[in-house]
Design a protein around this ligand. Structure first.
Ligand code: ACO
Length: 429
């Protein structure tokens, strides 16, 4: 099984050296992603962790990817859901790197990690261990339950626990069957993780329709590379004709691409009991709005997708979509994590601190990526006795990527005619 370093080495250009930050937050007990109908299941345990990746070259951070992993354990089953939250660049890379290949390699790696890795030590939520006014019971109204769930997602209360009756002691062996889902919402924005980076004219921003194509290609490759053949793959473009949505998936390689979603609801089911709530997720915000409007028990799944498109966040004229995959990773490809390829922080506080050295900078000039690099490397060295992983690329650049470089090896994308309309397009919306 290739290590993370080997995976990245093969997609990074042989002309340069890179450094990778891979942070993994401690796992924390959380609540089911989908609001449950009463009576609430008590045999279900959900654990959430966050991966944060950042790539640097020439002592500048230039790419980051944020991924949440949810492990849902029932008595008889285990499901791992990989929610790809945000991918972003800032334009300060001096080499022709295929961000698509890097993103594919990272998501493929995260998808194939065995669930047990996330269950080694779990922070339990205090609510489970004592009576709490914020407990969701059969008498809690849907409106209140949603608010409580939202608050819990935001809260950072921490309490490390490992007792004999800890449900996570039930280790899922790597060979035992578990299902894997990937979910993501595609929407082009001038910047997500690198504030002010849209002001850097060398940043390449894919507009919505191209971003959708880009993500479909990333996910399709992962589907073919690591999932078993019977894996479902779905695309939903809110408000779009089925025929047009179907065109986007007609030439993909995966065997079971269809228009729809992976949330297992029937068209007439209530959306509120079918759509999962992810952090910073427009679908979730619309669900809350339905609750506030007193329509949560009226809007069906099919109606939800139609109405979603009318929402402010979806109305900007740029293509947005929801992509999902649900199936099994090929058993021979399930893997543990190798020594040194992951920095597991003991607390969420430290995790957020390291991450904020990157996401808290401003990237309107080269100081941002350089300061982020210096602050992260200093913190890792001084506080965590650790460092980023050095990676020497091995990929021989093709003609297209060479065309994008000028004689000094500098990224010359900003001066290509293709770049300007993209920037204009996205900044106008
Ligand atoms: N000028 C012209 N073409 C360029 C340039 C450039 N400056 N840079 C890259 N390209 C071309 C590549 O050659 C490639 O073309 P191909 O498809 O013909 O091979 C294509 O653009 C894609 O290049 P990548 O290196 O794969 O990706 P890119 O550098 O565009 O990064 C990303 C993709 C991260 C989405 C970037 O566009 C970005 O930062 N966007 C802003 C934030 C954003 O919207 N993120 C996605 C949110 S959705 C989510 O994360 C779930």
């Amino acid at each position: 099984m290739p290590t993370l370093e080997e995976r990245l080495r093969s997609v990074l250009p042989n002309s340069a050296e890179f450094e990778l930050l891979h942070l993994l937050s401690p796992s924390k007990e959380t609540h089911p992603l989908v609001l449950q109908k009463a009576p609430v299941r008590t045999d279900q345990h959900v654990v959430k962790a966050q991966h944060f990746f950042a790539l640097a070259s020439s002592r500048k951070i230039f790419y980051a990817l944020e991924i949440y992993v949810y492990i849902t354990l029932n008595l008889a089953s285990c499901e791992k859901l990989v929610f790809v939250s945000k991918a972003d660049t800032n334009g300060y890379c001096d080499h022709a790197v295929s961000i698509k290949d890097v993103t594919r390699a990272l998501i493929e790696y995260v998808s194939s990690i065995s669930p047990e890795i996330y269950l080694e030590r779990v922070i339990q939520i205090p609510e489970r261990r004592k009576v709490d006014i914020n407990a969701i019971t059969q008498r809690t109204t849907t409106r209140r339950a949603l608010r409580i769930l939202k608050k819990r997602h935001e809260k950072n209360d921490e309490c490390l626990a490992r007792s004999p009756d800890d449900p996570y002691c039930r280790i899922v062996s790597p060979s035992s069957q578990w299902t894997c889902k990937i979910s993501l919402f595609t929407r082009s924005e001038p910047q997500y993780l690198f504030a002010e980076s849209s002001q850097n004219t060398t940043k390449h921003i894919l507009p919505g329709n191209k971003l959708l194509k880009w993500w479909l290609s990333v996910i399709d490759d992962i589907l073919v590379n690591v999932f078993t053949r019977n894996t479902r793959a779905r695309l939903q473009i809110p408000g779009e004709e089925t025929l047009i949505t179907r065109k986007h998936i007609s030439s993909l390689k995966g065997a079971d691409w269809r228009v729809g979603d992976i949330f297992d609801g029937r068209p007439n089911d209530l959306a509120i009991y079918t759509i999962p709530l992810f952090p910073d997720d427009p679908k979730g915000r619309f669900l809350e709005q339905l609750v506030d409007e007193g329509r949560a028990r009226k809007v069906s799944l099919s109606q939800f997708w139609v109405e979603l498109q009318i929402q402010q966040e979806f109305r900007l004229g740029d293509t947005v979509s929801v992509i999902g995959v649900s199936g099994n990773i090929r058993p021979s490809l399930c893997q543990s994590v190798a020594n040194g390829e992951i920095i597991r922080t003991d607390s969420r506080k430290i995790f957020n601190m390291v991450k904020s050295y990157i996401t808290g900078e401003e990237y309107n000039n080269e100081e941002g990526p350089s300061d982020a690099y210096t602050n992260v490397t200093d913190f890792l060295h001084l506080r965590l006795d650790s460092s980023m992983v050095r990676i020497k690329g091995t990929k021989v650049p093709n003609k297209t990527s060479l065309r994008h470089q000028d004689s000094q090896g500098k990224n010359d994308f900003a001066r290509t005619s293709e770049f300007q309309p993209h920037t204009l397009n996205v900044q106008l919306v």
